[in-house]
Design a protein around this ligand. Sequence first.
Ligand SMILES: Nc1ncnc2c1ncn2[C@@H]1O[C@H](COP(=O)(O)OP(=O)(O)OP(=O)(O)O)[C@@H](O)[C@H]1O
Ligand SMILES: [Mg+2]
Length: 516
Amino acid sequence: MHRKAHIHILLAASLLAASSFTEAVVNGPLPIAKLCDCTAGAVVHNRPSLEESSMNQNKDPSRSDFLFRDRQKRCGSLEPDGEWLELEEEIRRRHLQHDPAVQWLAGIAAPGKTRNSSWAREKIRIILEAERIQDMRTGDVFRPLAPRELLIQGDLYLCNQVDGIPWMVPTNALTRGMLLTGPQGGGKTRLLIWICHQLSDRNIPYFILDPKQELKDWADYLGASYVAVDDISIDLSPPPGLTYEQWLRSLMPQLGEILGVVYGIEILQEAATICIDQREKYIKETGKDTELCLNDLYTAVPFVTDISRGRRAGYRDAVTTGLSRILTGTGDLFRCRKGIDLATLLNQNLILGCRSITDEFAAKFLALYLLYWLYEAERFSSPTDSLKRVLVLDDATLYLQKRTGFDSLSSTSSFTHIFARLRSSGNSIIATTQIPHLSDPGLLALSNTILCVGGLHYGEDTKLLTQMLSLSEEQRRAIPHLRKREVIGICAGSAWPRIVHGSTVEVLNAGKDTHA
Ligand SMILES: Nc1ncnc2c1ncn2[C@@H]1O[C@H](COP(=O)(O)OP(=O)(O)OP(=O)(O)O)[C@@H](O)[C@H]1O
Ligand SMILES: [Mg+2]
């Protein structure tokens, strides 16, 4: 039965039965106090204030023993009201202080030692007992549930709580990053679709990297264009406001990090300089404009001076191998000097299908290039909390893996910096992954909405999720048993900041816009 209905039936039955209720009725409406205003010592209201007492003491020296006289009588009401404190503690633990019925009863119950308050305390006990029975009946370790009053505050519908109440969060909460995790087939991509559908209704542009080509059929439903990487090219032209010199020089360390050639960055920088010089020469000689592409960088590496001997030869080989992996792994994507305009690409609802990219370096470079381009393009944007654009990385572990190698213990990567800048300019990153513990640490650190859909099975992952959601040991053990589409999660911008347990909204195949 619905939790609230259960409580209210119990309450109604006890209202009829309780003879002491007459007093409450006869005395007319009783004061409604919010629980947070009520304390166990609320009965001291009629006594003189502390200031008054001390003023009197100062005026009348004969009262110098004021503090010790009649101590029993004066302080009796200050004795902690153990019975009420106990009830109040459980109300808070179960987050029932937001329930209007409990608030009303608490206002009557708190003062103590009146017939009304004993009656109200009895009713509160009944409510708490109903909650305990419900805990046992459901065996849900993620209870207590969030109160409706807090859960529905927001305009973005994430999922339903187990009692059917929709979990709404402010759309702007997305600027603080979102991570969706769960096993294969858990329902992550479908949840992404559900979120993007709402964004499209609100005219917030989003860009999705779709490595499995799962979203092609959803383009209409999402109000997005679908483009496959095989059909476009991306050149190396700088974002607005930057010169080639500035752009390529800042891009090379990022590229070196992806290729795992930290000592080869110098070679990449020199190759970039050669390319820039060649371009200027070409423009001067022919009078025609041209851009550069990644293939130009690869072609320039053998012309870097003094690289055929010693260690530099080794770095050169690593750089050449890495670049050729990117180029062969992406078809013509990075071989053309006149690529697609990224400003247009990133300012509309677009799904970029990248199924054909299978090489790890190639996938990482594609994601990095797009994110870094936007990062530089947003350099002069003023900081904002409102959502401007959403970048979605489905199966993000393909692009944003935790580093291996000698610097793998470092908890940040260049992505951390990129994400931080992007989000301060209103760009949100939503990423999904089956294996969160292998994801880039920056992605984990900057995701303040974390949803696990369908549970996790690998020990390292459940451990990580336990830390990220601050779960108890009992809750950690429950993670592998979550069913498909069952969700646990938190959202930092939600009015209810604790864990929510529920299930995803039903989104039927091929976007036949139906939901529960
Ligand atoms: N909200 C939903 N409404 C209706 N069906 C769903 C929903 N979520 C999941 N499903 C069903 O489960 C299937 C798998 O879901 P989905 O593709 O979202 O899983 P996933 O977590 O993205 O898996 P993977 O990690 O393999 O990409 C869907 O094809 C669909 O049939
Ligand atoms: Mg998926």
